[in-house]
Write a protein that binds this ligand. Structure first.
Ligand SMILES: O=C(O)CCC(=O)N[C@@H](CCC(=O)O)C(=O)O
Ligand SMILES: [Zn+2]
Length: 336
């Protein structure tokens, strides 16, 4: 296998490859761009016009998606996957991957859409670098732009695999992309209803990509991901890379549950208390009238929504950040 197929090994070792560009047996060009970043370009005659950004390791301890990208890249380097799409592979936070931590100094996935400008430290620098890498990758005009940012969650979940779909004023969520997510094994999608500072929100909002955060199961260390079943996603990604995806046009959304954000719970002070058991699962239902959280200044988060559920509850986040999302069931707005 070509040395550049070992991007994960290089990244974990903090090493640069001796050769920055390599060609696979069937003429696919692999180009190392910087730490944790590699572009794959099919021969011009085979290029089908899809630009696919695949990122993982934005949180360094979320290893199942990192291992998934490593398998895909190794198969491309061996010539067993033959790309027709142009691909950018990104391992988001190499420093945190090396220590098996979510982050080094601060959560990288809260620093996009320019937020890194008001911060410093390794994650702020990396967010700026990732924005530039994505911008350059998606700069050729007239091509299909798609970004999957792959994660695993801190806790277990009543719905194991789901996606978060960013929001931009005036832009509607694509039914075709939702059906592609369903075909890739996602069981639910959370439709965001306001702009955000995560990586997928940046590529969606600023770079015009269809972009998603995908949650694939519970975060575990490298080599311990037997419980995270990414088979359907892996197969679909391989088909997307090879341009051999079964048609999506009339694919149904059957089995895909849709949710929208009712409220984001923001932690404002050290007095913040979340009234949930430590082992609560994502998508747990919250009854009406339930006191979910409280904060300084008599702030109370009481459940008012019918069918409310909680995802990503985390009272340990920094003040000013999201400590959970209250979601509710929704349907897709008619396409205009
Ligand atoms: O398990 C958790 O609490 C967090 C899992 C995670 O890292 N989720 C992403 C979601 C990004 C998005 O909102 O699209 C994150 O919190 O960064
Ligand atoms: Zn994550």
């Amino acid at each position: 296998m070509l040395a550049l197929g070992k991007l994960l090994e290089l990244t974990l070792a903090g090493r640069e490859p001796a050769e920055k560009t390599q060609l696979t047996v069937d003429g696919v060009r692999m180009r190392w761009l910087t730490e944790g970043a590699l572009e794959v370009r099919p021969p011009e005659a085979r290029d089908n016009g899809m630009d696919l950004l695949l990122s993982a390791g934005i949180h360094g301890n979320e290893t199942a998606p990192i291992e998934l990208l490593d398998r895909l890249l190794q198969a491309i380097a061996r010539g067993t996957i033959k790309p027709r799409a142009r691909i950018l592979f990104l391992f988001g936070n190499p420093g945190a991957m090396r220590t098996g931590a979510r982050f080094v100094e601060e959560d990288l996935n809260r620093l996009f859409n320019g937020r890194h400008e008001s911060s410093s430290g390794p994650e702020a620098l990396r967010a700026c670098e990732l924005e530039h890498l994505a911008e350059t990758f998606f700069s050729p005009p007239g091509r299909t732009r798609l970004h999957y940012d792959l994660h695993t969650a801190i806790r277990g979940s009543k719905i194991e695999q789901f996606a978060l779909y960013p929001f931009k004023e005036g832009r509607s969520h694509s039914r075709e992309e939702l059906s592609r997510l369903r075909a890739a094994g996602m069981e639910a999608v959370l439709l965001q209803n306001k702009p955000s500072i995560v990586f997928s929100a940046y590529t969606y909002d600023r770079l015009g990509a269809e972009a998603f955060t995908l949650e694939l199961g519970k975060a575990r260390p490298f080599g311990q991901n037997g419980g995270v079943n990414v088979e359907r996603l892996e197969q679909r990604l391989q088909q997307m890379i090879e341009g051999s995806e079964p048609a999506l046009a009339d694919a149904s959304l059957e089995g895909l549950q849709l949710f929208s954000v009712a409220r984001e719970v923001i932690k404002h002070s050290d007095a913040f208390i979340l009234h949930l058991p430590a082992d609560i699962e994502n998508f747990s239902e919250l009854p009406k009238g339930y006191l979910l959280a409280q904060d300084a200044g008599k702030t109370r988060w009481i459940i008012e929504e019918e069918g409310a559920r909680i995802i990503f509850p985390n009272p340990k986040v920094k003040n000013g950040l999201r400590a959970g999302i209250i979601i509710e069931p929704t349907t897709l707005a008619p396409q205009g």
